[in-house]
Ligand binder design. Structure first.
Ligand SMILES: [Cu+2]
Length: 113
């Protein structure tokens, strides 16, 4: 019984390590800059079925919020700061995102193809 419990715990640790490494080492990196309450580029092309590391840098003097319903993400990017968003492998398609603090101008999409 004790042996089984140890094995189970070891398995759990391996699974946790695996998922931590999986998000730490993305296969593709993409960068988006926020300036004048707009995303640049506004269209980010990525490969399908590939883990994505998305770095969003805010060059505006005000905070922005990167938000996407289709990507299920909502993250504040403080003035002059960057955030890193890890995305799981995406199916082919277009995934809209917007700046929740300036939704009229800050619009974009991730295109997986
Ligand atoms: Cu929001």
């Amino acid at each position: 019984m004790i042996k089984h419990r140890r094995l189970f715990r070891l398995g759990l640790v391996i699974v946790m390590l695996g998922s931590a490494l999986g998000t730490a080492f993305a296969d593709e990196e993409a960068r988006i800059v926020i300036k004048d309450h707009r995303f640049s580029p506004s269209e980010v092309k990525v490969k399908t079925n590939t883990k994505i590391k998305l770095i969003v840098s805010n060059e505006d003097p005000t905070a922005e919020e990167f938000e996407s319903f289709s990507l299920n993400r909502e993250r504040v990017v403080r003035a002059g700061q960057s955030i890193t968003i890890f995305l799981p492998p995406l199916k082919p398609g277009s995934y809209d995102f917007f700046g929740d603090f300036h939704p009229d101008t800050a619009k974009g999409k991730v295109i997986a193809e």
